[in-house]
Ligand binder design. Structure first.
Ligand code: 5AD
Ligand code: SF4
Length: 469
């Protein structure tokens, strides 16, 4: 048993981060023989990519994946704690699994991911969900084989969650969801401690992967025929700061660009660390896509300060203007409404910034208090109905600009990476360099290639096009 604790999760130790190579012990190899697993993933791209590693591990142990929970011998929930609704969904799912387990006592159930790192969640599992076989956290994904093995002889609830981040584990097996686009972690954790955010506690201190390991992974993706990589981190712009004296994200991007992978994206950027060098590098390299996700969170300087974001609306605008100098750049953002104490005036400042930035799209959220975060201790008198109304007004404005930016694309031709069959009969779908979703008619054999498409119709969330021969 290893239980999480927030004091340890808050610590940013100066201790050097060790890097080790994963190796699967032979005794785990056949744990999954004739067994089926069902994996449900909640949350961000980081979690989706963790799930690709979890699947890789399970496949190495000879498990087979199923997409119907009722057929599974092993159910694994990879959870998210960013907002309350992600929480509720996972607990709702545990409720359903409880019924299933009553009729299938040999079913093995495990929970991992960000919720596992929360002290309150662990208490709740110990109290109300004792049928769960084991829980592990974000810092020890690679313990999955060991935990499954131990569960063979000890069926009692086992919790193995570390609050202190561990080593960086290289060469974990991976079963990628796509044959054309791949996620590549470049930095783990976050040291920004925005006051509303639980991530610095659930994902630990900022740890960059070594550039050699990243480049090796990307070169092998190029070799396998991948068309696109997304470099992942909670704050990719901090890449290298904990590892090198003079090597940053811009330098890494140049080296990734040289691998000749056709498309490179990177998410998520924090405005604080966005360097001029990075802007120049995006301009100079065709395969570094002109797409930046730049969360603003709020347009009010007072709220930004309370959020601990370390920039003002003026400095955000300055950065934004520089980014707009990149040809055809697409800029998207995240916005929170209803932060504790947000007044109508603060909210109007946010709308002002949306009017200024005219984002290509935005993810918008109602503030959700998270356990143990500084913001959760602030007084919050704004009724939910007011917050909902603000979200509604914000979404109206955001959608107006999304539609406008899509309308500008009408009749122009764009390169699209074709990803698969659309839900619309006979259509395929793919994304432009600026991450716009395009549906168009074409033969299935084009899936996986980059084609030219002319835009013939624009909506708020997608566009229709036709293939250009
Ligand atoms: N409440 C609401 N939204 C949040 N986010 C992070 N923490 C919270 C919270 N407590 C949003 C931020 C972040 C995105 C990933 O989720 O906008 O950029
Ligand atoms: Fe959370 Fe802020 Fe870190 Fe993003 S930068 S993960 S919002 S603490």
């Amino acid at each position: 048993m290893q239980i999480p604790n927030y004091e340890a999760a808050k610590v940013r130790s100066k201790k050097e981060v060790l890097i080790r190579k994963f190796n699967l012990d032979n005794k785990y190899l056949n744990l999954g023989l004739n067994k089926k697993f069902y994996l449900k993933t909640y949350g961000c791209q980081m979690n989706e990519h963790d799930s690709e590693n979890l699947k890789g591990l399970l496949h190495e142990m000879n498990f087979e994946e199923v997409f119907d929970m009722e057929q599974a011998d092993f159910i694994l929930l990879n959870t998210c704690s960013i907002r309350e609704n992600a929480h509720n969904k996972a607990f709702g799912m545990l409720g359903r699994i409880k019924h299933l387990k009553e009729s299938k006592p040999d079913l093995v159930v495990a929970l991992c991911g960000c919720m596992a790192q929360e002290v309150g969640v662990i208490e709740e599992i110990k109290k109300k969900y004792r049928f769960v076989n084991f829980v592990f956290g974000t810092h020890n994904l690679d313990d999955l084989p060991k935990l499954l093995y131990e569960n063979l002889t000890n069926k009692k609830l086992n919790i193995e969650v570390y609050s202190m981040e561990g080593d960086i584990v290289e060469e974990l097996p991976v079963s990628r969801d796509s044959k054309y686009k791949a996620y590549v972690n470049i930095i783990y954790g976050c040291d920004k401690f925005c006051t509303y955010c639980i991530v610095p506690y659930t994902r630990g201190k900022q740890r960059s992967r070594k550039k050699e390991d990243i480049l090796k992974e990307i070169k092998s993706l190029v070799h396998e025929g991948y068309q696109e990589v997304t470099l992942l981190g909670q704050n990719v712009n901090a890449y290298g700061k904990d590892l090198y004296d003079d090597y940053e994200l811009a330098d890494l991007l140049v080296e990734v660009s040289e691998t000749k992978i056709p498309r490179i994206r990177f998410i998520t950027s924090h405005p604080w660390d966005f360097s001029d060098k990075l802007i120049e590098v995006i301009k100079e390299h065709k395969n570094i896509l002109n797409y930046v996700h730049l969360p603003i969170q709020s347009g009010s300087n007072r709220i930004l300060k309370l959020m601990g974001r370390r920039y003002t609306k003026e400095s955000y605008k300055e950065l934004y203007d520089k980014l707009r100098s990149i040809e055809n750049i697409s800029i998207t953002t995240d916005i929170i409404v209803g932060f504790p104490g947000e007044t109508e005036e603060d909210f109007l400042d946010t709308l002002d910034m949306v009017n200024y930035c005219k984002y290509d799209s935005a993810f918008t959220f109602i503030y959700s208090p998270r356990e143990n975060t500084p913001a959760s201790r602030l007084e919050d008198n704004t009724p939910l109905s007011v917050k909902e109304e603000r979200l509604y007004r914000l979404n109206d404005l955001v959608n107006k600009y999304s539609k406008e930016s899509n309308l500008k694309m009408l009749n122009n031709i764009y390169e699209v990476l074709v990803e698969g069959e659309s839900t619309k009969e006979g259509m395929l779908f793919g994304y432009t360099e600026t991450n716009k979703l395009i549906n168009f008619k074409a033969h299935k054999e084009l899936i996986g290639s980059i084609v030219k498409v002319k835009i013939i119709d624009a909506k708020s969330f997608s566009l229709d096009g036709e293939l250009v021969e």
